[in-house]
Design a protein around this ligand. Structure first.
Ligand code: ADP
Length: 326
């Protein structure tokens, strides 16, 4: 189970941190993936763009390879059981730990005028999303590790108090390390809502991709053989590893180690490889967003699968708590 917030169009970080694994998992597991519209309200109370973003992110999920016939692909607000479970899990979460969460502190700093309770209990809502399907594997990027640990704590407390209802969920990435796709300015990660010029979107046109990569931060190059790379340079190599051929990567690694690397050439190559990767996803997304009838059907089918799983879990939850009076 996993989800992505419709706070903007998807980017390369969403793809490699999350979607790539979703697509692989659909062949092996019973999967639930959703567009997390309720989560987006904690930071984006203005809903003018919401409808457009929800449809777009849904289409991007499909364009990246998710098959709505094999997985439950749904919109979070179409499954009201989420809110009900969120209420019960709120009783398992302590103020102190919520206030200490890294993402809460970051967001509180970013929006001091709107430090709402939803922002504080974001990890609880996320835990509800996951355990609503009694899911165990959660394909997410590295930035979500702490939330998953909190979800396990809420689940352990629930199980301890009311009996074993939920398995403990964990972050999942096919055995490799969790991925963090760095932003092109070398400061932090690519993100939907921040640093848009340093983020590569799956809808960027070819020239935008080339120009963003051309402007990525570099320097005058290494001065000693095999010297450690600064963050922004290892970020560029990191991006190359995601989309370029192995011999291309090897060539630039060797050039770097021998202090003859030309960052202009490296960025040009990376730009072309990135265009080749992103263009087909962009074109597919465009075609899907124009097919309203299809998108509506996908959402309805997804909601119905997700609700039937959610209702089963809620029966167990209420029985365990003792809310069945007759
Ligand atoms: P954003 O930070 O862009 O708003 P979300 O919070 O909606 O993205 O995260 C959706 C998924 O994408 C999560 O699984 C998250 O771990 C992953 N993700 C987001 N940004 C990155 C990144 N730069 N690198 C790797 N994974 C990422």
């Amino acid at each position: 189970m996993s989800g992505i917030r419709p706070t903007g169009y998807l980017h390369l970080g969403n793809y490699f941190g999350a979607l790539r694994n979703y697509v692989r998992m659909q062949d092996e597991y019973d999967c639930y993936f959703m567009v997390a519209d309720l989560h987006s309200l904690t930071t984006h109370p203005d809903t003018k763009e919401l409808r457009n973003h929800v449809r777009h992110v849904m289409a991007e999920n499909i364009a990246c390879g998710l098959d709505p016939d094999r997985v439950a692909l749904y919109c979070q607000s179409h499954v009201p059981e989420t809110a009900e479970l969120y209420l019960f899990l709120n009783m398992m979460a302590y103020m102190g730990e919520l206030e200490k969460t890294t993402t809460f502190k970051e967001k509180a700093r970013q929006q001091p005028e709107n430090i709402n309770a939803g922002l504080l209990t974001y990890p609880v809502l996320q835990a509800a999303d996951i355990v609503l399907h009694r899911a165990t594997l959660v394909p997410v990027g590295k930035d979500q590790e702490q939330h998953l640990e909190m979800a396990r704590n809420f689940v352990k407390r629930f199980n301890h108090r009311y009996g074993e209802v939920f398995p403990e969920p964990r972050a999942f990435n096919y055995g490799e390390e969790l991925v963090k796709v760095p932003s092109l300015d070398g400061a932090g990660k690519m993100s939907k809502s921040e640093n848009q010029f340093a983020t590569l979107y799956l809808t960027d046109d070819d020239d935008t991709i080339r120009s963003k990569i051309k402007k990525a931060k570099t320097d005058s190059g290494p001065t000693e053989p095999s010297q450690p790379k600064p963050d922004y340079i290892s970020g560029l190599f990191g991006l190359m590893k995601l989309v370029s051929a192995e011999d291309t990567i090897r060539k630039f690694e060797e050039d770097y180690d021998r202090c003859v690397i030309r960052y202009g050439d490296m960025k040009k190559q990376l730009g072309e490889d990135m265009v080749r990767f992103i263009a087909p996803i962009r074109e597919k997304t465009e075609a899907i967003t124009h097919d309203e009838k299809y998108l509506k059907e996908v959402m309805e089918k997804g909601a119905s699968k997700a609700r039937s799983s959610a209702q089963g879990t809620m029966r167990l939850v209420k029985e365990a708590i003792g809310l069945n009076y007759f």
